[in-house]
Design a protein around this ligand. Structure first.
Ligand SMILES: [Zn+2]
Length: 73
């Protein structure tokens, strides 16, 4: 299962892969951008009233993110 998480610290959204068992045990994903563990799960299919956030992620294109290292772009 893929779960989408968002960082409370920097607002980064990222996907976390975990089995149902792992999820039930409680996973604590760390933000790939700022290494904060202050993250929460984003339930993409649930309308939480944030209509302005349509389109979901955007922003950093694949392969060109902050983790790609120097010389990427
Ligand atoms: Zn972060």
């Amino acid at each position: 299962m893929i779960y989408e998480y968002e960082c409370n610290n920097c607002g980064e959204t990222f996907d976390v892969w975990a089995t149902l068992a792992e999820k039930e045990e409680g996973i604590k994903p760390v933000c790939p951008k700022c290494n904060s563990d202050d993250t929460y799960q984003v339930l993409g299919s649930v309308n939480v009233g944030i209509s302005s956030k349509s389109g979901g992620r955007g922003g950093v294109p694949p392969g060109c993110g902050p983790l790609s290292g120097a010389g990427c772009c």
